[in-house]
Write a new protein. Structure first.
Ligand SMILES: [Zn+2]
Length: 170
């Protein structure tokens, strides 16, 4: 029997949002009412919110600045900050359940910060690839899968880049 392991977990705390070219420079927030025309996220007090009520309130205002938020921009340009690869027989047998868990984490994450979310899921049968707009979210998905189902998980942070590659196998 294989011993469950979580390789590279020590790098967990070293993922920062600094040097992300998709985010405005620190201290320089966007001005006015800013709404993403793709995902309806609203920029308010230097933070993005994915909130139907807030969107409804703000979208009718006269001075709305319709933009594409950093997460939608990354999605359009296909520039993920994290890739989680899932594979193994256990995955094939429990795919619905596993994907549910991942979707729940995506919902939780984007409610807290709409810039941290899943941008694409590629299901290749025996292998699934989840692309995220955030290295931390990729890391978190790996960690959640490992906690829920054990198996093997490996984290590879690319040096000098805000990018995390995670592989979970069972
Ligand atoms: Zn958006």
């Amino acid at each position: 029997m294989k011993v469950p392991r979580e390789v590279g977990k020590h790098t967990r705390d070293k993922v920062y949002s600094e040097n992300d070219p998709y985010l405005p420079p620190k201290g320089k927030g966007l001005v006015g009412v800013v709404i993403c025309k793709d995902c309806t996220s609203v920029y308010h007090n230097k933070k993005w919110f994915l909130d139907a009520k807030m969107y409804k309130e703000k979208k009718g205002l006269k001075n709305v600045n319709w933009v594409i938020c950093p997460a939608c921009k990354k999605t359009k340009e296909n520039v993920p900050n994290g890739v989680v690869k899932l594979k193994g027989d256990f995955l094939k047998q429990h795919k619905d359940e596993i994907m549910n868990l991942i979707h729940n984490e995506d919902a939780r994450s984007k409610k807290y910060n709409p810039l941290k979310r899943i941008m694409k899921i590629q299901d290749k049968g025996g292998e699934v690839e989840v692309h995220t707009t955030s290295a931390k979210l990729a890391q978190r998905i790996g960690s959640i899968l490992f906690k829920a189902y054990s198996g093997e998980v490996e984290y590879k942070k690319h040096e000098n880049a805000k990018f995390m590659r995670v592989e979970w196998r069972r």
